[in-house]
Design a binder for this molecule. Structure first.
Ligand code: IPE
Ligand code: IPE
Ligand code: MG
Length: 246
């Protein structure tokens, strides 16, 4: 049976998050510059987004640039920002055609001005689309996000707008950049690295983790299907015992 046909539509995760890793190594293997890998990564973004929307996944979050990635060589950072601007501009029409809404999480004001503008424009132009939400994590890190949330909560408590006893888990979720987005049930990381790299630490508290050796530019629809089939074979117990789930 084809991988896609093994997926049980009724038991799809609502939200899949992906750490897209391995562009540089993929390029190196071809004897090319790292940026060549990032350029080819765009095709994997397109294929994964299309596959997720076709299946009926509601939220797809892609980790595209971390806070720590600012520490890369200047030329690579500049090339990535250029690629980002170009890709967002070029793909907005396709997002609209496929009824996909774009959102972004992260410290967006730290992006170059033209990148920020392009992003806001695409977000605006796709804001009424309803089939799936594509969330780009840009200049994002989980510790940055949690720190910003704690700061805002502290200020509101100080100013009497919030009482300490109001601080519950769902209130905290509402102060994160992912407010309103359900937590991912499945987190995929490519390139064989087994780490989270400061991504959605709060939100993945109970996510299923899926690691593949595929490098991001090689990742295609079948790789997403394989991750979903694997996910659906797992028993999510949330601290309970198997018998309680029956
Ligand atoms: C992921 O690929 C893309 C970004 C982090 C922007 P990398 O650029 O990290 O590629 P590797 O891990 O060095 O191969
Ligand atoms: C994680 O990849 C960040 C993104 C995919 C955007 P990195 O390549 O930056 O992560 P580390 O440095 O290997 O942990
Ligand atoms: Mg990497």
């Amino acid at each position: 049976m084809r991988l896609k046909d093994q997926i049980i539509t009724e038991r799809l995760p609502k939200h899949v998050a992906v750490i897209m890793d391995g562009n540089g190594r993929w390029a190196k293997r071809q004897g090319a510059e790292r940026i060549f890998g990032h350029q080819h990564g765009v095709k994997a973004v397109r294929d994964t987004t299309e596959a997720a929307a076709e299946l009926g996944i509601q939220f797809l979050t892609l980790y595209a640039f971390s806070t720590e990635n600012w520490n890369r060589p200047r030329a690579e950072v500049d090339a990535l920002m250029e690629l980002l601007i170009h890709t967002i501009h070029a793909e907005t029409a396709t997002l609209n055609k496929n009824n996909i809404r774009l959102l972004a999480i992260g410290d967006l004001h730290s992006l170059p001005g033209n990148c920020y503008e392009q992003l806001q424009e695409a977000i605006r132009e796709t804001s009424t689309n309803t089939r799936m939400t594509l969330v780009l994590a840009l200049s994002y890190s989980s510790k940055w996000e949690i720190t910003a949330a704690v700061k805002r909560i502290a200020i509101e408590v100080r100013d009497g707008m919030l009482k300490p006893e109001d601080i519950r888990e769902d209130l905290i979720s509402g102060y994160l950049t992912t407010a309103g987005i359900p937590d991912p049930e499945l987190l995929i990381r490519t390139s064989g690295e087994h780490r989270i790299s400061n991504f959605l630490l709060w939100q993945i508290a109970y996510a299923e983790l899926y690691f593949t050796d595929k490098l991001w530019p090689e990742f295609g629809k079948d790789d997403l299907y394989a991750a979903l089939v694997d996910y659906q074979q797992r028993e999510r117990r949330f601290g309970m015992v198997s018998e309680q789930l029956k």
